[in-house]
Design a protein around this ligand. Sequence first.
Ligand SMILES: Cc1ncc(COP(=O)(O)O)c(C=O)c1O
Length: 407
Amino acid sequence: VTLEDAVRLDAADPLAFARERFRLPECVIYFDGNSLGAMPAATPAALAGTAERQWSDDLIASWNKHGWIDWPTRIAAKLAPIVGADPSELLIADSTSVCLFKLLAAATKARLGRGTIISQKRNFPTDLYVAQGLADMLGLRVKAVEPDEVEGAIDADTAVVTLTHVDYRSAAFYDMRAVTDAARATGALVVWDLSHSAGAIELDLGGSGAELAIGCGYKYLNGGPGAPAFLYVARHLQEELQSPLQGWMGHAEPFAFVDDYRPADGILKFLTGTPSILALAALEAGLDTFEGIPMRDLAAKSRSLSQLFVEDVEARCGDEVRLASPRDPAQRGSHVVFAHPEGYSVMQALIARGVIGDFRAPDLMRFGFAPLYNTHAEMLRAAEILADILSSREWDQPRFHARAKVT
Ligand SMILES: Cc1ncc(COP(=O)(O)O)c(C=O)c1O
C-alpha cells in the first residue's frame, strides 16, 4: 500500500469531515483516543459557557433555569444511538469503577443465595478489584477464567458474570448475545464493561439482549480526563434492582427531605449524589462529536484503519514485533497491540517522534484508532516511524528506559 492509496482512502472517507470536530496538535499522530479521547473543538466554549453564563450569572438558579438537575439523563440520551439502547435505560454518573460496583452489587443482591461472580483472568484490574472487594464484603467468591471458558463456567451458583466486552489489551471481544444467553439460561446476570467498546464499534445493547453495562466517558466518547461514566440497566430489570449506593438524588422526591429512602422510578434510582455539572458539560461536547455519525460507518472505518496499520507494520517490521490482537479485523475493537520485549522504550521513542500510543505491561505497545479523527495516511506514517525506530535502535537510550508513573 502506498501513501497515494492511503490518501485516496481518506479522500473517499465518509467520516473525514468529523476530524474538524477536534482540536489536535499539529505534527502529532494521536493513537491514544482509547485512553483519553482528543479534545473536541467545542469543549472549551462549553466549559466556559457553563461557568460564565450559568454558574457565574445564574448561580444556584441554574439547577432549574438551565436544567442542570436533568443533565444526567438528558446527556445520557445522546449516548443511546452510540450503544444501541433506549434513552430510558441509560444514566451518566460517577466513575467507571463506581458504576461497576453499583451494578455488580445490585445484581448480586438480586441473585441472593448464589455464591459466585464470574470474570475473566487478566480483565482490566479495576474490574477484578471491584468484584473482589464486593465478594469479600458479601462472602461470595470471584472465579476468573480464560475467555473461552466463560460460558462453560456459568452454572446455578453464578450470581453475576462481569466481563470487559472489548479486551483492553488484545482488543478481542466477546459475543455479547452468546454470553448473555448462557447466563440467562441459568438465571445469572451479566454486567458488561463497555469502556473500549462505546464509540469504538457498533453496539446493539437492546438487540443483543444485554441487561446491565457500564462504561467510560473519557476514552472514545471524548468526555475529557476523568469524565463521568455511564451505566445501562435494561428496562425490564429497573424495577427489580436496587441501588447499593442510595443517595438523595436517586430518591423519588429528593426535595421532600424525608428520612426514609424511597427509590425514584426507572433508571433515576441509580443516581447517588449531586452530578458534576462542569464535567457533564465536557462530556456532552464529547458525545456531540458523534452527531450524524452512523455507527456502521464508524466501525467500518475503524477496521479499515487498523487493518492498514497491521499490514504496514508487519510488512516493514517483520519479526521484530508480534501482533497480539486478533488478525481478523472483524474480531477486534478499535485498537491493536503489538508485543516487543522492549515495548515500553519503543513506545517512548515513538511518542518522542510524535506518534502517541501507550504501553501495557508486560510488553504491549497499544495503538488506539479513533475513526472520528484518525486517517489512513497516519497509519502509514506511524508504521514508517516505528520501523525506523526499530531498525536504528533509536529506542535504546536511557531517556526512553526511565519508567514514568503513568504508562
Ligand atoms: C475496561 C476498563 N474499565 C475501567 C477503566 C477505568 O475505570 P475508571 O474510569 O474508574 O478509572 C478502564 C481504564 O482504562 C478500562 O480500560
